[in-house]
Design a protein around this ligand. Structure first.
Ligand SMILES: [Zn+2]
Ligand SMILES: [Zn+2]
Length: 706
């Protein structure tokens, strides 16, 4: 109830967004009252049910909205003052993201704010603001660039890219080979823009910050710690708030972050960099399933229409086909940087035809001798296998039992280190049974191979060979299992850089971003799996992975040996390898785009998925069938293809059945128009008796895998 001193007519009426359930009607705001007028974008705490939650003021008027009983509206509990309101461009960005990705405004807005807002009481918030104001008054660190900063003179190629970039009026694709010095271009572009405008801010996004500590260090070295704010999930809640405020108040001039940073508040944004723009981690896989790369393009255009102008640059050696296609059509400006720094040569591709190898070959003998030769010269080798654990499945050869996960339609993976069977989908872990649970046979054995086993096999094959110092060769493994503990990734990286490792075995996480100067041989195992995967993007990802993996090799031009990328395959004549051999991404992209055009797949069509999770497959399918039926009657549905529902490849995870249906259209607006109308119908479909077991549903716009 309202306090006594508030009369019915007094005060102001606020539209406030709060973190509402995901499928509330889009654009929904709640109405609250407050004695004073509050600017749109002000942070507040408001009562919701029996709780008090953070919210953002979206609009403020001095008369009650029509149809609302003034006495029913509740009063704002507290205003979180002391910092400027979120500006109109930020609110427009959030509104666009919510609409386009079919989520509630409040969910997107609150997810973009530091999580600590939920827990901080108004007086704690005020204390924090006072402390920040005091430290800001004590020194203005953002006006000084560290004297020690070294700014190398850009190469001719970098300078040309830089000049074009800072003058560009459209999104820029910086198409640069691995090791061509794209980061230097980002650094110099940031410097130019920051020097030209003392208030300007720059956003630099990377797929995963923890994997690229060197990049963060370079920005800190050049601009100073105080100027660089971080935005990623690895920070503590207190750090996230602190860095968010630094960006929001303009004290930090550079924000370095992962995909979540695209929704950060940066009031004077003048440049957005999306490094390794092809990386799938830019697409969120939960909540609002947004693409940070696509939102970066939108945000730059928004800042240009309603602001001082903002450039956006997408950097990659293997751009996504969407980006490449946009550049080919002239919608993006393409800048080429083909030369590797320091004269390092791109790795030579060598295909090992598995049909010609001895039967039962684990690692072709040529690979073993290549590794020992390199170790003798003090060089390193990297073996990639994208499957962790010891073996993907354990089997009984007497009765055919396999290590199924009881909760998922997947096998549990055998981990030898702690003799466990672990499900990589639901996390269920149990000790390996002593005998076959079905027939009692004691002889149950691993089938297939993961990194743990590969490490063991490589060590065996290299046994007896020596390093120049007479020591035995050292094999190490890097994957999600060995790097889980805090600080272990850094320790392992340091061992590789320090030359303590001769052969490194790892998953694709090793191929991302690291700069291994002494690796001259990369061997990519099991590449064939991607060539015939049902996911139509698998070849695109394989090409990127192999180019990137090869890019790890031979960064150090002083090494005499030309770097090599070896790929064992049963399909040496596959066109992908032809393009890879020539380091010709353009050739590969042309092949792929032609296939996609013929088959009418993205980027030539636009897609959305309706995903359903249910207690039974039947109820998931019933919901999706009803939803498909409902979609077919909506305005504009004639421009869409509505596919029948199908179960997911891994149909059941943690006892939950999963299915989806695909919607496709050559017109993005037509697809969006149908999606926007669909929500009411979906809520009704959920109530159908046949869909009783439905747990949740979600729309995924521009899905990455179907
Ligand atoms: Zn058995
Ligand atoms: Zn499982």
């Amino acid at each position: 109830m309202s306090p006594d001193h508030h009369t019915t007519a007094s005060g102001h009426w606020l539209d406030v967004v709060v973190a509402t359930p995901a499928h509330r009607a889009l654009g929904d705001t709640l109405t609250y009252r407050h004695t004073d007028e509050l600017a749109a974008g002000t942070l507040v705490r408001v009562p919701l049910g029996s709780r008090t939650v953070p919210g953002v003021v979206w609009a403020c008027t001095d008369c009650p909205p029509t149809g609302l009983d003034p006495d029913k509206a509740r009063w704002v509990a507290a205003v979180l003052g002391g910092c400027p309101p979120l500006n109109p461009n930020w609110r427009t960005l959030v509104g666009f993201a919510a609409r386009y990705y079919q989520r509630s405004l409040g969910e997107v807005a609150l997810a973009a704010l530091p999580p600590q807002l939920r827990d901080l009481q108004p007086e704690q918030w005020l204390r924090k603001m006072r402390k920040l104001a005091k430290s800001a008054a004590a020194g203005t660190p953002h006006t000084t660039t560290p004297d020690t900063a070294i700014w190398p003179t850009p190469s001719t190629e970098q300078q040309a890219g830089l000049n074009a970039l800072v003058q560009a009026h459209q999104p820029v694709l910086l198409f640069g080979a691995t090791g061509s010095g794209k980061t230097e271009v980002y650094l110099q572009a940031a410097r130019q823009l920051l020097e030209a405008d003392p208030m300007a801010q720059v956003l630099v996004m990377v797929p995963e910050i923890n994997l690229t500590p060197q990049l963060q260090q370079r920005f800190v070295d050049r601009f100073g710690q105080a100027q660089v704010a971080l935005m990623h999930s690895g920070l503590t809640p207190a750090q996230r708030l602190e860095h968010w405020l630094a960006a929001h108040t303009g004290r930090a001039r550079i924000v370095l972050g992962t995909r979540t940073a695209v929704l950060g508040s940066m009031p004077r944004l003048r440049l957005i960099v999306v490094d390794e723009e092809h990386d799938p981690s830019y697409k969120s896989q939960e909540g609002a399933r947004y693409s940070a790369r696509d939102l970066a393009i939108y945000r730059a255009q928004l800042e240009t229409r309603h602001g001082a102008g903002c450039r956006v640059v997408l950097g990659s050696a293997t751009p996504s086909l969407e980006t490449w296609h946009a550049a080919q059509q002239g919608r993006y400006l393409q800048l080429d940087m083909p030369t590797r720094m320091g004269g390092a040569e791109p790795p030579a591709l060598r295909l090992l035809d598995m049909a010609r190898q001895p039967k039962g070959t684990v690692l072709p003998p040529a690979v073993v001798s290549a590794m020992t030769e390199r170790a003798a010269r003090g060089e390193q080798s990297l073996v990639l296998l994208n499957r962790r654990g010891y073996a993907p499945v354990l089997a009984c050869h007497a009765c055919g039992w396999k290590s199924h996960c009881p909760a998922c339609s997947a096998y549990r993976v055998f981990h030898k280190m702690d003799r466990s069977l672990r499900c990589h989908h639901c996390g269920l872990a149990e000790p390996v049974p002593r005998a076959c649970p079905d027939c009692g046979n004691l002889d149950i054995s691993p089938v297939g191979k993961g990194t743990e086993q590969l490490e063991e096999q490589v060590a065996t094959l290299l046994g007896g060979h020596q390093r120049p110092d007479g020591q035995p060769l050292r094999v190490a493994r890097m994957d999600a299992d060995t790097t889980r503990a805090q600080g272990s990734l850094e320790t392992q990286l340091a061992r590789v850089h320090g030359g303590e490792v001769d052969v490194l075995v790892g998953t694709q996480m090793v191929a991302k971003g690291h700069d291994f100067r002494r690796i001259t041989l990369v061997v990519a195992l099991n590449a064939d799996a991607a060539l015939f995967a049902s996911d139509y993007r698998a070849t695109e990802r394989l090409f990127a992975l192999l180019m990137q993996a090869g890019g790890r090799a031979g960064r150090d031009a002083s090494l005499s040996q030309k770097p090599e990328l070896w790929v064992p395959t049963w399909n040496p004549t596959h066109p992908l390898f032809g393009a890879l051999k020539k380091h010709d991404y353009a050739l590969f992209a042309a092949q792929q785009l032609q296939e996609r055009q013929v088959a009418q797949m993205p980027p030539f069509t636009h897609q959305a998925l309706l995903r359903a999770e249910a207690r039974t497959q039947a109820s998931a399918q019933a919901f999706l069938n009803a939803a498909r039926e409902a979609a077919s009657t909506l305005e504009g549905a004639e421009h869409l293809v509505l596919y029948p529902p199908v179960p997911l490849a891994i149909q059941r995870v943690a006892h939950v059945e999963r299915a989806h249906m695909l919607l496709e259209s050559t017109s993005r607006p037509a697809l969006q128009h149908v999606l926007a109308q669909w929500h009411t119908a979906l809520a009704a479909c959920r109530q159908l008796p046949a869909a009783k077991g439905l747990i949740r549903w979600a729309i995924d716009v521009d899905p990455l895998s179907i």
